[in-house]
Design a protein around this ligand. Structure first.
Ligand code: NAD
Length: 264
């Protein structure tokens, strides 16, 4: 089988350039195009530190119209991911989406579009295998612990809060945990936001500091005991085996798939 020709959207960003490096080291994938609205016209190889000799282009639709892209990988930002995904799917091209920030309504719309166009899309809020296990373990613990809080830690350039991973984790817990409002009924925030964001009666806290990459603790509490499930991505390479697997698998699918775990 010939190599899958990949277009990386957001190729100059922290994740996008890591994907470019991962493709260069991978078997079965080749970088065909690099899209970013910064550095247009420059060589992506110079930016990502690879041997690729591909000029960065600014318009994703124009790249897809060239007709030689087998799969798009998108790591841009929450403001553009909806439009980008629509553009790619409408042209019948499979997509792996790492960008976080889809709303529930947008996910439903994308599912319908995949069905209509008979094309695959993978949206994974976290591509690290350890993070997928953390979410699975959190779901298991939620059967036995009815009180939980999530603390997620990211670098201070992250634009969306709470993180996509924390929202995915919260969704898994919500399915299992008996819904109720946690904490003291009379508790009062002396400074607004002190108790974090509310999700189905439990709290999500977002820390943004230089030094962090992507980390999360899911803390369950009960009488006389606390269970903490923690995952740390020490660098962005931790996400790459998942992204490469996602590309290879999503081209075989014809549906919108939420979560890398569905492909493992
Ligand atoms: P970043 O800001 O470093 O990179 C984003 C890149 O997208 C930039 O180069 C920017 O110029 C480009 N861009 C923005 N709008 C564009 C557009 N309309 N067209 C083309 N390019 C555009 O961000 P990052 O740290 O690389 O993160 C990117 C996304 O990935 C975020 O949503 C982040 O939350 C998410 N993320 C997901 C995972 C995961 O495992 N799923 C892991 C880390 C980060």
């Amino acid at each position: 089988m010939s190599d899958l020709r990949v277009c990386v959207s957001g190729a100059c960003g922290k994740m996008g350039s890591e994907v470019v490096r991962a493709i260069a080291k991978s078997e079965g994938l080749v970088l065909q195009a690099a899209v970013d609205f910064s550095n247009v016209g420059m060589n992506i190889g110079e930016i990502a530190g690879t041997k690729d000799n591909i000029k960065i282009q600014g318009n994703l639709k124009e790249v897809l119209e060239s007709g030689n892209i087998d799969v798009v990988v998108d790591f841009t930002n929450h403001k553009v991911i909806y439009e980008n995904t629509k553009t790619v799917l409408q042209m019948g091209v499979p997509i792996v989406i790492g960008t976080t920030g889809f709303s529930a309504e947008q996910v439903e719309e994308m599912k319908a579009l995949c069905e209509e166009k008979q094309v695959g899309a993978l949206w994974a809020t976290n591509f690290a295998i350890g993070a997928i296990l953390m979410m699975e373990f959190a779901g298991k613990a939620a059967k036995f612990f009815n009180n939980v809080e999530i603390i997620e830690y990211h670098h201070d350039n992250k634009l969306d809060a709470p993180s996509g991973t924390s929202l995915t984790t919260a969704g898994i817990i919500k399915e299992i945990r008996k819904s109720h409002k946690q904490g003291h009924p009379d508790e009062k925030e002396l400074i607004q936001g002190a108790r974090g964001a509310d999700y189905d009666g439990f709290k999500i806290h977002s820390v943004r500091l230089p030094g962090f990459i992507a980390h999360q603790e899911v803390i369950f509490g009960d009488l006389g005991q606390v269970l903490t499930i923690r995952h740390d991505s020490m660098n962005r390479e931790s996400f790459m085996p998942g992204v490469i697997l996602g590309c290879k698998e999503i081209v075989k699918k014809k549906a919108f798939i939420e979560g890398l775990d569905k492909l493992l």
